[in-house]
Design a protein around this ligand. Structure first.
Ligand code: HEC
Ligand code: SF4
Ligand code: SF4
Length: 242
């Protein structure tokens, strides 16, 4: 549960410097996900659903009283054993926000999100890759001698994907899908692992492809191929559009 400041606030300012998440702002102040946190790049607020670049200024929650950005408040979980703002407030107006109920685990996740940065994620991804490579290698050596079946790449588009996409885009070819696959496996994994193509709605995926294309620095043709590839995989698997 996030903490909220009620309209009994007397603007004394005592709470603001106490917040370990930089979630408290003076009335009328623009706030940013990045202020005092490790957040970088595009970010989505857990509570508000606001999606923005972490550096972009956001509209003040209150124009005349101190306010708490619930997306940033972890109820001090991960830092202190009680909400620091509530502990220092002289008029006891920092109270639990019934509109944003969260358990300890969720709050901790929220906190870790803030201390996460992409470099760290990249490092983690590389570690996972090398573990996977070692694993794949050991499986291979174990299998040798017995009759080996080549590993099937579940992401590789085939005939069923081609048939499915040609219903929507008659001009799509196997080469289009292969190009999309290469983008998906290549530039699209520079910052994070492979995203689940079967999660989210078709519209969300299209939005994400548009949003991510500049990040991955791909050409319009590559973006087009990527979209057709993702869609073909979904269609062939029978993923509902919504
Ligand atoms: C420069 C780094 C970077 C590159 C390259 C990149 N992404 Fe992302 N992507 C992010 C970050 C950061 C987020 C989380 C914040 C957000 O959703 O904007 C994200 C979120 C997503 C999401 C959101 C939903 C989810 O399940 O988490 C999808 C889908 C996605 N990326 C797909 C792609 C695809 C496809 C490509 C290749 C075109 C790509 N990304 C390339 C940084 C990147
Ligand atoms: S409870 Fe802690 S994290 Fe939340 S606003 Fe107060 S001081 Fe900041
Ligand atoms: S400590 Fe309490 S009264 Fe003072 S600014 Fe913060 S919320 Fe308002």
């Amino acid at each position: 549960m996030a903490i909220i400041i009620t309209d009994e606030c007397i603007n004394c300012g005592a709470c603001e410097p106490e917040c370990p998440n930089n979630a408290i702002y003076e009335g009328g102040a623009e706030w940013r996900f990045a202020d005092g946190t490790g957040v970088k790049g595009m970010f989505k607020g857990k509570n508000s659903g606001i999606e923005a670049n972490a550096e972009d200024p956001q509209t003040p929650v209150s124009m005349d009283l101190y306010f708490i950005v619930s997306d940033k408040c972890t109820e001090c979980v991960g830092f202190h054993d009680e909400p620091q703002c509530a502990a220092v407030c002289p008029v006891d107006c920092c109270i639990k926000d019934d509109g944003n109920v969260e358990n300890e685990e969720e709050l901790l996740k929220k906190k870790n999100h803030y201390t996460y940065n992409i470099e760290f994620m990249k490092l983690q991804f590389i570690t996972i890759l090398s573990v996977l490579a070692i694993f794949a290698f050991s499986c291979k050596s174990k299998k040798e001698g017995s009759s080996t079946t080549p590993a099937v790449d579940a992401y590789l588009p085939g005939d069923s994907q081609l048939k499915a996409i040609q219903v929507k885009f008659a001009d799509a070819t196997a080469a289009t899908l292969k190009e999309g696959y290469d983008v998906y496996m290549g530039p699209c994994t520079n910052c994070h692992g492979k995203k689940n193509m079967y999660k989210h709605s078709e519209a969300d995926w299209q939005k994400d492809v548009n949003r991510m294309a500049p990040k991955a620095k791909i050409t319009d043709a590559q973006k087009d191929a990527l979209w057709k590839y993702v869609l073909s995989m979904r269609l062939a698997k029978g993923t509902p559009a919504n």
